[in-house]
Design a binder for this molecule. Structure first.
Ligand code: C2E
Ligand code: MG
Ligand code: MG
Length: 503
């Protein structure tokens, strides 16, 4: 009996051979041969059987566990531990069957790519984990939360009263805005959120979950368009916006540049001399149907579809042609041309600019290129290479819309630009907002210390102009000086200079 107890205790760790060996050992000296041999053998067989049964049970249990692990893995996102898209779609379908009302929330982090690109994917991954935890906490147990893809998350939460929905979503925005801290570095994040209500924003007969996610996604895109860090609710007009974008893309493909496109020139005035030293070139599109489409509408679409490359070269060629036909002066005019992210990534960019400059017998100093921080951030290393090549050849470079978007003062140091263009959102309230005055004064001082020139955009009043002058701003541009105008009008303003420039 003592032997049996011992075997049972040890059985977990014993192999079949060990059991037989141990049994034979036990039988030989203590029990002798003959009379005790048969019962001992029977005992050994029983033990072997027990052992096998136990092994089988463990095997089955292990098999079941790995099947469970597999199901968890295929249902969950490995990085954040949240349910994945497939799991969410399945559970959300059941949720909508059980609940007569609900709120679908689509959340996309703003400029997340910049975090990945500038701070590395490890920080990017950790950020997503923090965001996932915050969402889980905020949503509560009654909600479904999932990582939809990349930096997109979806939530299906119990419906709230109309007023409460907005307050809830604003709270969610505020939670997303709380800094994420890594190694004492504070990362400021924001997100854009789209909301769709079940059943009000659902259109039969399409799939319920698919339809609500699409509606919330459309609303989220509207929040991005409205300047990010915002909440937007779905409304049927959003479908029109989507169609409008597709329509613009189709019309851009059919566009005849020489018939429908033109350039507008907006003078840039030097404050010290009150003289116009050049102009920013702005693209204008009058469609064959007689409609004028603003660059704010068609440039982002052209960026998305890649058509910006063709448009951009058209602009550059027209700008070079204009410079070449203007009267020769001691101090040649400078034209500044906007470059978008896609253009900065074009490997032919520098060579094609050089070819145009040579064809029209211009000096590099007559051309300046405007980039924004976000256009450079997409592929910082590539952008730095292209900008470095342009700078080395003598082209001017400016940082457009400074103060919006990522706005890092360190970019002023790392990007090889010679001019900073302060965004008009800081200029428009300069007379009334003390904080804006402090910010503009600091940018001007900092840029000055780094040897950069400063241009203020969107100057609309004499008071703004006077303030900028007193703060030491180098150049101004805006409706107060002149609106963007056709080439002939621009040349006329030049004839009148310098006395006609506003004092
Ligand atoms: P941007 O480069 O910041 O150009 C300045 C915009 O502000 C222009 O709008 C201009 O008309 C407007 N603006 C100038 N002064 C004032 C002012 O005093 N008050 C107000 N309210 N607005 C003022 P526009 O022409 O509609 O262009 C919008 C944007 O489209 C440009 O912003 C630029 O980012 C883009 N864009 C325009 N032409 C081109 C182009 O040829 N290529 C590329 N890639 N982008 C372009
Ligand atoms: Mg510009
Ligand atoms: Mg600008």
């Amino acid at each position: 009996m003592a032997g049996e107890i011992r075997y049972q205790r040890k059985e977990e760790s014993m192999s079949d051979a060990t059991i037989i060996d141990t049994l034979l050992d036990t039988m030989a000296p203590g029990y002798g041969a003959g009379g005790v041999l048969l019962p001992a053998l029977l005992g050994a067989l029983t033990l072997l059987l027990l052992h096998h049964r136990h092994q089988m049970k463990r095997h089955r249990e292990r098999h079941r566990q790995s099947a469970r692990d597999l199901a968890v893995l295929s249902d969950h996102d490995a990085l954040t531990g949240l349910p994945n898209r497939a799991c969410f779609e399945r559970e959300a379908a059941q949720y909508l069957q059980r609940h007569s009302t609900a709120l679908m929330v689509f959340l996309d982090l703003d400029d997340f790519k910049l975090i990945n690109d500038s701070l590395g994917h490890r920080v990017g991954d950790q950020t997503l984990q923090v965001i996932a935890r915050r969402l889980r906490q905020m949503a509560g147990d009654a909600a479904l939360v999932a990582r939809y893809s990349g930096d997109e998350f979806v939530l299906l939460v119990p419906a709230l009263a109309d007023g409460e929905t907005v307050a809830w979503a604003d709270r969610l925005l505020a939670i997303m805005r709380q800094p994420v801290v890594f190694n004492e570095v504070e990362l400021m994040l924001s997100s854009s959120i789209g909301l769709a209500r079940w059943p009000q924003d659902y259109k039969a007969p399409c799939d319920r979950v698919e339809c609500l996610v699409r509606s919330a996604d459309l609303a989220m895109c509207e929040a991005k368009r409205a300047g990010k860090n915002k909440v937007c609710s779905y409304h049927s007009r959003l479908l029109l916006v989507q169609n409008h974008t597709a329509d613009i893309a189709a019309r851009l493909r059919r566009l005849d540049p020489d018939k429908e496109l033109s350039l507008a020139f907006q003078p840039r005035m030097e404050l010290a001399t009150r003289q116009v030293r050049g102009a920013e070139v702005l693209l204008r599109w009058h469609t064959a149907e007689g409609e004028q489409i603003s660059p704010a509408s068609f440039i982002p679409v052209a960026e998305e579809t890649g058509q910006i490359l063709g448009l951009g070269y058209w602009v550059m060629e027209q700008a070079c042609k204009a410079l070449a036909r203007w009267p020769v002066q001691d101090d040649p005019l400078v034209l500044s041309i906007n470059l978008s992210a896609r253009q900065l990534m074009d490997v032919q960019l520098v060579d094609r600019i050089e070819a145009l400059r040579e064809r029209y017998h211009l000096s590099a100093a007559q051309l300046e290129f405007e980039i924004t921080e976000s256009s450079a951030m997409g592929d910082m290393a590539g952008a730095l290479h292209v900008l470095g090549r342009l700078r080395a050849r003598g082209y001017g470079l400016s940082l457009d819309d400074f103060g919006t978007g990522f706005s890092s003062l360190s970019h002023l140091r790392s990007l090889p630009v010679d001019t900073v263009k302060i965004d008009r959102s800081f200029v428009c309230n300069l007379e009334n907002e003390r904080l804006d005055r402090v910010l503009v004064a600091s940018i001007i001082e900092l840029a000055g210390n780094l040897g950069l020139r400063v241009l203020a955009e969107g100057v609309e009043t004499l008071d703004q102009l006077a303030l900028l002058d007193s703060l030491g701003c180098d150049e101004v541009q805006g409706y107060f000086i002149a609106r963007p105008m056709p080439e002939a009008s621009f040349l006329e303003t030049l004839v009148q200079r310098p006395d006609s420039a506003p004092a």
